[in-house]
Design a protein around this ligand. Structure first.
Ligand SMILES: C[S@@+](CC[C@H](N)C(=O)[O-])C[C@H]1O[C@@H](n2cnc3c(N)ncnc32)[C@H](O)[C@@H]1O
Length: 190
């Protein structure tokens, strides 16, 4: 993922795009694996959502209490505003320095960890990102990451305060690979 840690790369990619775009898997491909981890009363954060229709489909199908979807690219967020409603909000926010004041039951990430982890300062940036997720998650809340990254490249970044479950996704993604859904549950704050 070259340049994928750069906000400029993403802004350029999303500028003047009119259609939604899905990385790895669609909501329909993930829903049987993911939705058992959601409750109807949940506040959900979709971090680094880009122009994925995941939050829109989650709202239409499962209907959690509130979904806030963020991205660092203003163009991506602007494009998604046409899908915004009382229950689904799209906001520009940097996942490494979140402005959000809410506390979430679930943080959902499809490809954002992967993009951020291409940084030259990989370990430092990943640690900052995980700290931010931990800060906005409620006690007992879940961080769900969908990624091609193999477990040995992911699990070691999470400390003892996280309970970890890994599910290999049955479908192949467009790349031909089979990705993973990681469910990290915050069992205690540091
Ligand atoms: C691989 S794409 C995945 C997009 C979307 N989640 C999907 O599944 O289609 C990675 C996304 O992370 C966003 N991103 C990268 N760095 C970010 C950061 N620091 N804060 C918030 N979003 C970021 C990019 O703008 C891009 O939309």
């Amino acid at each position: 993922m070259e340049g994928y840690d750069s906000p400029e790369y993403w802004e350029q990619k999303y500028q003047n795009k009119e259609h939604t775009e899905e990385w790895y898997y669609s909501y329909q491909q993930l829903k049987q694996i993911i939705t058992p981890h959601f409750n109807k009363t949940d506040k959900v954060l979709c971090v680094g959502n880009g122009t994925s229709s995941f939050p829109v489909e989650l709202n239409a199908d499962f209907k959690p209490e509130l979904i806030i979807s963020t991205d660092i690219s203003a163009s991506a967020v602007e494009q998604m505003q046409k899908f915004a409603s009382e229950k689904v909000k799209f906001v520009v926010d940097d996942a490494l320095h979140m402005n959000l004041q809410d506390q979430f039951d679930v943080v959902f990430d499809k490809g954002c960890f992967d993009a951020i982890s291409t940084s030259a300062n990989r370990d430092q940036v990943i640690s900052q990102y995980i700290n931010e997720i931990q800060r906005v998650l409620k006690q007992g809340g879940k961080y769900i990451m969908v990624s091609y990254g193999k477990p040995y490249t992911r699990v070691g970044h999470f400390g003892k305060q996280w309970d970890t479950q890994i599910v290999q996704i049955p479908d192949k993604a467009p790349s031909g690979e089979r990705g993973f859904a990681y469910i990290f549950q915050l069992i205690k704050q540091q």
